[in-house]
Design a protein around this ligand. Structure first.
Ligand code: GLC
Ligand code: CA
Length: 561
């Protein structure tokens, strides 16, 4: 890989830090994080060294799905504050050199949005065609699967119009009708509104689902249940709409875009992100997240299969050798805490394991999306009872499993590993009550390990997870090889070690990560004998000219001399 052949872009060189505002910092004691809370923590955010902040939805919402059900795209959720707070926050970010990316949730709106409130009144209503409908006189609608509906059906009958509306997600999240040019114009207009305010990009929620199949045909029988995700993502006009969005909106600003892309795989992602397509910049996929995780998030023995993981990540990296650009992430608000999911949260391993994963995320090619709280090694809360959950997805699936007479213990055990609320527990700022998140009652329980896993104590400790994260962010920023270098996987079949090289011009780095809880020895490639150690997550290191020994969850980056 030669630097001179690479088209450098700020969003390729950025580290994105994701804030889930509901759980970041409460400023007024109602137990819910808010914009003022983020404003109060701006210096902390800046101190991380990251470049871009992605905010989960902060728009007006009745909160059936924590803000992913928007009732007004141009206003702020009452619980989070108001537009003045937003303007102050944006200004505060920009003054510190941080860019701000917002969530764009336009596959669906809230059923409380004025468009839907009008649409459901009558078939003649001008907003009726802002949504998808199946007239009841045509019989029962063809099967569509819903992520969040209690009966898993994505159609819901509406009496006033004598028709069914489509909702891939909750009943309270009706799908917007992108086939209607008026609707598309409204969305583009709204995007201009936020760009004119000065935001720096959008993360586009389930954007691959926006185009529906004409006439709502029956799907081929292999696409049943959640397998419909694959066909949802293949709507006939998806690329037409994204290209139109590019021309109408995106190309007029210097902004970044990233698709949340269920149904994107190595064979089709370039249609979305290759430069000449003029659609989006980046996409994030689910191929690694789904390793060992089945329907309703029941896990199997492949859950931490390193060989499969390496294979998936390496295939994805290769896609972007010539065109397009990738993303790298473990945690976000929909997935477990990275240290629990991909390594170990056992007390004797949690610290090193989370530093090892941080090393991985920040040494791969592709823009890293790093989830708040992972920088201090937060781990899954692992609720024992369904009553502790707030997430509608876990609650619905639990009810369904119960109704079907399924195995509820297995369900609870699996959701301790995979449930979305594990990543949504409040940030652990210090060891005072409620971890310094709120003076009230937190909307979701605080992980009891806040007594020893928290920001305040890690600030004081030179080699804490937090300070290691800062070091690693800086190392990436200072070494273009970590950003643009060619990636090559070594030892693909090794079940403990993830080893790869990165090469840019004459520079060559070797990244060695022990993904296991036992020691390993690795024979160094000749060119790395007497190499320099760039970073090491554990104080000691056993290294001679030919052999390196890695402790449990040890991570080391070497530079060829
Ligand atoms: C995305 C969001 C998730 C939300 C869903 C519906 O997957 O990340 O949190 O529930 O879309 O909007
Ligand atoms: Ca609050």
């Amino acid at each position: 890989m030669k630097l001179k052949n690479i088209k450098r872009e700020w969003w390729k060189e950025a580290v994105v830090y994701q804030i889930y505002p509901r759980s970041f910092q409460d400023s007024n004691g109602d137990g819910i994080g808010d914009l003022r809370g983020i404003i109060n923590r701006l210096d902390y955010i800046k101190s991380l060294g990251v470049d871009v902040i992605w905010l989960n939805p902060i728009y007006a919402s009745p909160n059936h799905d924590n803000g992913y059900d928007i009732s007004d795209y141009r206003n702020i959720m009452t619980e989070f504050g108001d537009m003045n707070d937003f303007d102050t926050l944006l200004k505060g970010m920009h003054e510190r050199g941080l860019k701000v990316v917002m969530d764009l949730v336009v596959n669906h709106s809230s059923s409380e949005h004025i468009w839907f409130k009008e649409a459901k009144k009558s078939r003649q209503n001008p907003y009726y065609n802002y949504y998808h409908w199946w007239p009841a006189e045509n019989g029962t609608p063809p099967a569509r699967w819903s992520f969040f509906a209690p009966d898993e059906s994505a159609w819901r009958y509406n009496k006033a119009t004598d028709s069914y509306y489509l909702h891939y997600f909750a009943v309270e999240q009706p799908d917007l009708n992108w086939e209607n040019p008026k609707l598309r114009a409204e969305i583009y207009d709204m995007m201009h509104f936020w760009f004119k305010k000065g935001i720096d990009g959008f993360r586009m929620d389930v954007i691959t689902f926006i185009s529906k199949h004409d006439g709502y045909p029956e799907f081929p029988s292999e696409y049943h249940g959640n397998k419909m995700i694959e066909i949802y993502a293949q709507g006939p006009r998806l690329h037409k709409y994204l290209n139109e969005m590019h021309n109408e909106v995106l190309k007029h600003y210097d902004v970044m875009t990233v698709a949340e892309g269920p149904g994107t795989h190595v064979h089709n992602v370039l249609d979305l992100v290759a430069e000449d397509r003029e659609e989006l910049n980046m996409n994030y996929h689910f191929d690694h997240q789904s390793i060992g995780v089945g329907e309703r998030y029941i896990v199997d023995e492949d859950y931490q299969n390193l060989v499969k993981f390496k294979q998936v990540m390496s295939e994805w990296d290769a896609v972007f050798n010539e065109r397009g650009w990738g993303t790298i992430y473990f945690g976000n608000h929909d997935f477990p805490r990275m240290v629990t999911r991909w390594a170990s949260d056992a007390p004797e391993h949690r610290r090193n394991a989370s530093k090892m994963l941080t090393t991985y995320l920040l040494s791969m090619r592709g823009t890293p999306y790093y989830y708040m709280g992972d920088e201090i090694g937060m781990s899954n809360i692992k609720f024992n009872s369904i009553d502790d959950y707030q997430d509608l997805m876990t609650i619905n699936w639990y009810e369904l499993t119960k109704m079907e007479g399924g195995d509820l213990d297995q369900f609870i055990e699996s959701h301790k590993l995979c449930g979305r609320d594990n990543a949504r527990t409040p940030i652990q700022w210090d060891d005072t009550e409620n971890a310094g998140f709120t003076e009230g009652t937190p909307w979701l329980k605080v992980n009891p390990n806040y007594k020893y896993v928290n920001v305040a104590s890690q600030e004081k400790e030179a080699d804490s997870e937090l300070n290691y994260f800062r070091k690693m962010v800086k190392l990436r920023a200072d070494n273009l090889t970590l950003i643009y270098g060619q990636y090559e996987l070594l030892a693909p079949d090794d079940e403990q070690l993830y080893a790869f090289t990165r090469v840019l011009d004459d520079d060559k780095l070797l990244v060695l990560l022990n993904f296991s809880d036992t020691k390993l020895a690795y024979r160094l490639p000749l060119e790395f004998s007497s190499a320099n150690v760039l970073i090491n997550n554990i104080k000691q290191l056993s290294l001679n000219d030919t052999l390196i020994e890695l402790d449990a969850y040890q991570a080391v980056i070497l530079r060829r001399n």
